[in-house]
Write a protein that binds this ligand. Structure first.
Ligand SMILES: [Zn+2]
Ligand SMILES: [Zn+2]
Length: 75
């Protein structure tokens, strides 16, 4: 099992599946637990269900795709 965000091995008990790309990513399920977060989890208030998304899909992590920072190219 490999994290889709950072490419490092991810244990099942310390990772989740992204609801968007269905890739596995690091996510600590308990505060204080070892490991790291390569995505985020939140509660969908409409369905009262947990939603998971990796940083790649959120566009906030290393290797984030699709979002290019604004670059001044002069004129
Ligand atoms: Zn990771
Ligand atoms: Zn994803």
């Amino acid at each position: 099992m490999t994290c889709t965000v950072c490419g490092e091995p991810a244990n099942e008990d310390a990772s989740q599946l992204c609801n968007n790309c269905e890739g596995r990513f690091h996510l600590r399920m308990r505060d204080g637990a070892g490991g790291k977060d390569c995505g985020d989890v939140w509660i969908n208030e409409q369905y009262m269900s947990l939603e998971f998304a990796c940083f790649t899909c959120l566009g906030t992590g290393p290797g984030s795709a699709g979002v290019e920072p604004p670059v001044g190219k002069g004129h």
